[in-house]
Design a protein around this ligand. Structure first.
Ligand code: NAG
Ligand code: NAG
Length: 507
């Protein structure tokens, strides 16, 4: 096709047929798609079979390639396509505008000579270990039709009075699972701007609180290069802050997601392992029509490492709840690991609804790997998207008796003991749990934070005593004098066995 006239010649008969067959809006939609594909086919050659690629002419546009076929996409107004991050973002100095050469393999540049071997099912036995050769097998040898479809709702970032009502609207007590208990979600909380009063409410309602760091600092790739000690201060420090200011037991704070999904490889996992975390949820699974189930990190990761900084060593019994890439079957929603980062070509309710349904079907009809719908608050600042999500959730809840909205910890409990849908109404880890909440009237603390040599006032709501300073990295207690997490553990009695184990993992 080489001219607009040619293109119109093809489209006019199509239009006529469509006008006869369908109503105007459907025809229009189909027309849009046809035209878009033809445009793209003229201009752009996919460098690889699948993936997202920058337009060489303008960073307002990009292409989704599927089997070497390019679909042209525009970034929403005021956003630009970043060819390293592979999504539309604001214009900053770091923006990678235009095509960036990428090596063919995303494997680490120097292969780790001590890397763990692939899955060995004979030596990997539940409840402590789970793996399958390509990661897609249902655990416990269950038939797909007997397997519950778990849906994981998660919310990353600070929680405070500005977003509490948004999340509450989704997590109302009238939305229930098949056992009659309210649906549940997981909050990966970063400390800055968080209200511990609101955290405590969500926790009392049965939701899971997990760790997303103290500072959520930028630049984004700081996290990929951060050391064991950095991770201990940021993540264990945040666990201490939540324990102290939201009155949540350390034993209930068991999971982590790294900011910006830039994992810190073996150092990050080593820290999680040493400090008794149960799971990580930071690793991205490439776009695939068969989603991957969670696995333990005893063996090699059973999929390509998209981020380049996945762990290569063995961390026995530590669970990874990976992020399966989300996408619409027709490519109009782009690809994303966090649902709020998918960019919809037509930003209308219909494409968003189709996106949610396509991803649900890909899990429910294929292998029922848990479906992760992970959000930042910006999804909920869009009233239309919020309503589409609420309708989608209510629709699948009423249509399916084997769909459950569970926390990440509840998922791990199920993985350890795979249980058929028919037996789940009496599955103890998913029972309604009543948690006490003695936090009704919070204190509004105004406390100084000194960072890079200057001091600002910060506000935090908590039912605990107001700290002297704003709790921060190196001062998780918010005391006059800070202490480091690493200092804390050096004083604790070291267990010789654990140390020897840690040494062997580092080697
Ligand atoms: C913290 O939680 C416990 C129950 O786990 C409760 O007895 C106690 O009163 C709470 N403390 C505060 C300050 O809310
Ligand atoms: C947003 O929602 C309103 C109310 O439901 C609807 O009338 C409108 O068409 C929606 N906008 C888009 C772009 O779909």
């Amino acid at each position: 096709m080489n001219s607009v006239e040619d293109m119109l010649k093809c489209l006019i008969p199509l239009l006529v047929i469509l006008a006869l067959q369908a109503d105007g809006s459907a025809a229009e939609k189909l027309l849009h798609r046809t035209r878009r594909q033809d445009d793209a086919a003229v201009d752009f050659k996919c460098p690889k079979a699948d993936g997202l690629f920058a337009d060489p002419e303008t960073c307002r546009k990009f292409y989704i390639c599927a089997g070497y076929y390019p679909f042209s996409q525009n970034c929403p107004s005021s956003l630009y396509f970043d060819d390293i991050k592979k999504f539309c973002t604001r214009k900053t100095k770091q923006l990678a505008c235009g095509p960036v050469e990428q090596p063919d393999t995303v494997a680490p540049p120097t292969p780790d000579p001590n890397a763990t071997p692939g899955c060995d099912p004979a030596n990997c036995v539940l409840p402590e270990c789970y793996c399958s050769s390509d990661g897609t097998q249902v655990p416990g040898g269950l038939e797909v039709s007997d397997t519950p479809q778990m849906i994981l709702l998660s919310f990353d970032g600070a929680v405070n009075s500005l977003n509490f009502d948004h999340y509450r609207k989704l997590l109302t007590k009238t939305r229930t699972n098949p056992n009659g208990c309210p649906i549940k979600g997981t909050f990966f909380v970063s400390h800055e701007y968080t209200s511990h009063f609101h955290i405590q409410k969500f926790y009392a309602d049965g939701h899971e609180i997990a760790i997303h760091s103290i500072s959520n600092r930028s630049p984004e790739d700081w996290w990929a290069a951060a050391s064991y000690e950095n991770y201990a201060e940021e993540m264990v420090g945040q666990r201490e802050i939540l324990h102290k200011f939201a009155n949540i037991s350390r034993d209930a704070l068991l999971g982590m997601r790294v900011p910006y999904l830039h994992p810190g490889g073996n150092d990050m996992m080593n820290m999680l392992y040493d400090y008794d975390f149960v799971y990580d949820s930071s690793i991205i699974v490439p776009m695939s029509h068969t989603p991957v189930w969670p696995y333990t990190l005893d063996y090699k990761i059973p999929h390509k490492c998209m981020q380049g900084t996945c762990p290569t060593r063995s961390f026995p019994g530590l669970w990874e709840i990976p992020l399966n890439t989300l996408f619409s079957e027709d490519g109009t929603g782009g690809m994303c690991s966090l649902a709020d980062q998918c960019v919809f070509q037509e930003n209308d309710d219909e494409s968003v609804e189709q996106f949610l349904k396509d991803n649900f079907k890909r899990h429910y009809n294929v292998n029922r790997a848990p479906l992760g719908l992970y959000f930042h608050v910006n999804w909920f600042n869009d009233r239309n998207k919020t309503n589409v999500l609420l309708n989608f959730i209510d629709d699948i809840r009423t249509k399916h008796r084997d769909v459950w909205f569970v926390t990440m910890q509840e998922l791990v409990s199920w993985m350890r003991q795979p249980t058929k849908s028919a037996d789940l109404s009496s599955f103890a880890p998913w029972a309604c749990e009543k948690r006490e909440n003695s936090c009704n009237i919070p204190k509004n603390c105004e406390v100084p934070l000194t960072m890079d040599g200057y001091t600002e006032m910060r506000y935090m709501q908590t039912c605990a005593k107001c700290p002297v300073k704003y709790p921060w990295v190196g001062n998780f207690e918010g005391a006059a004098e800070g202490i480091n997490i690493m200092e804390l553990t050096r004083d604790a009695d070291p267990e010789p066995v654990a140390e020897a184990e840690a040494e062997s993992r580092k080697r």
